[in-house]
Design a protein around this ligand. Structure first.
Ligand SMILES: *Cc1c(COP(=O)(O)O)cnc(C)c1O
Length: 386
């Protein structure tokens, strides 16, 4: 063991692979459960796109949470993992007909609708089945978030949601359609957000919109504020569980919920991010003119976040206690962007050492690709190595 890693057991499987510390995942879920249960009208739908590993999904389902899906495949994965359909919400700007049909057949809780043409198609497909689909409208609140440009979603320039100016019109259209029922409003401003002020800005915007709707006597049963709470990539050991208390307190304090209104959250990264590590082996240490490379057997095909978002992941050498040296840690993929980190201090690396690339539980395994005809990384849990 080094930290909470069963290193001896790691030697029995092929690298690279994902390792999920399910003790940490369960602890994280317990904290979330406590926070959510302080309010009878708070509901959490785990954002499945962060990690759909069946073992991870099952543990989250066992904690009693719902699921936020963005594809038919995710809905299937959630039903397979035992999530009750009535706790599944379905978002996404481009839902295909078969995905809508699948969701209708399963009787999910709600569609988070992102455009008028989508609303019309859901109405038509629901009609063909003699069903009434519950729809929430994803409103683009034009609220920025202090995060990477590729993961802001709530600005007017982003493709997501319905413009605020069209909100009343779509609610009216929904009222005129026979096979949809207006269930509420949905928002999601971005990901890896650590400044509570960004969520305060969202709350203020929702308060304005609600006041506007009330003038027209429109009642909103459900408010869904999406996800986006970030994790501490710099300190995976010290801050292994995000500050959920602060997060929920922000909404409690700044969002003016009406009596009977239900508040829904869709956290993804904050739930699973810190429990996952990508375990990889040092293949070669290469001395270059001005630096040295630790060339590892994991690449951007296994964890694309550094290449895609310039994301930082802390790395630990699990094998070595030797004096630290400075390395660029790089993968074997034929792309110059296949770099995990540059000029990073690690205990001296030798061929065969195992490294843990930390905080990789969210948007890691699920984003893996087969580029270069590589095998997809496997995901193991604490139980697998018990
Ligand atoms: C991605 C996404 C989430 C989850 O975002 P996190 O930053 O992982 O919490 C929630 N809701 C919607 C609609 C999303 O697209």
């Amino acid at each position: 063991m080094k930290g909470s890693f069963p290193i001896e057991k790691f030697q029995t499987v092929r690298t690279p692979f994902y390792y999920y510390d399910t003790n940490l995942l369960r602890k994280t879920l317990e904290v979330l459960r406590t926070e959510i249960d302080r309010h009878s009208n708070y509901h959490l739908h785990y954002a499945v796109k962060a990690n759909a590993n069946p073992k991870v999904l099952r543990i989250i389902r066992e904690a009693g949470f719902g699921a936020d899906c963005v594809s038919g495949g995710e809905i299937k994965a959630c039903l397979d993992a035992g999530f009750p359909a009535e706790k599944i919400v379905f978002a996404g700007v481009g839902k295909s007909d078969w995905e809508i049909d699948l969701a209708l057949d399963a009787n999910i809780f709600c569609f988070n609708v992102e455009s008028i043409p989508e609303l019309e198609v859901i109405n038509q497909l629901a009609g063909a089945k003699g069903k009434i689909a519950h729809v929430s409208f994803r409103i683009n609140p034009d609220v920025g978030a202090h995060t990477h440009a590729n993961i802001t979603t709530g600005l007017a320039e982003n493709k997501f949601g319905i413009a605020m100016a069209d909100m009343e019109k779509v609610i009216e259209i929904a009222a005129s359609l026979t096979n949809v029922r207006f269930a509420g409003l949905h928002f999601h401003i971005g990901s890896q957000i650590l400044e509570m002020g960004d969520f305060v800005a969202l709350c203020n915007r929702i308060n304005e919109l609600q006041a506007q709707l009330e003038k027209h006597h429109i009642k909103v049963d459900n408010i869904n504020v999406g996800g986006g709470l970030g994790i501490d990539y710099q300190h995976p050991n010290e801050v292994s569980i995000p500050n959920f208390c602060d997060y929920f307190r922000t909404y409690r304090k700044h969002l003016n919920l009406r009596p009977e209104q239900q508040l829904h959250f869709e956290l993804g990264r904050a739930v699973v991010g810190q429990c996952g590590s990508l375990i990889t082996r040092v293949l070669y240490v290469k001395q270059a003119t001005y630096k040295q490379f630790a060339i590892v057997d994991a690449g951007m095909t296994d964890l694309i976040r550094p290449a895609l978002y310039q994301a930082f992941h802390a790395i630990e050498n699990l094998t070595s206690e030797e004096k630290k040296e400075t390395y660029d840690v790089v993968g074997p993929i034929c792309e110059s962007s296949d770099v995990f980190v540059k000029a990073y201090d690690l205990n001296r690396c030798r061929r065969g050492d195992l490294l843990a690339i930390r905080s990789a539980g969210a948007y890691g395994e699920i984003m893996a690709s087969g580029y270069n005809c590589r095998e997809l990384p496997k995901g193991y849990t604490t139980e697998d190595f018990a």
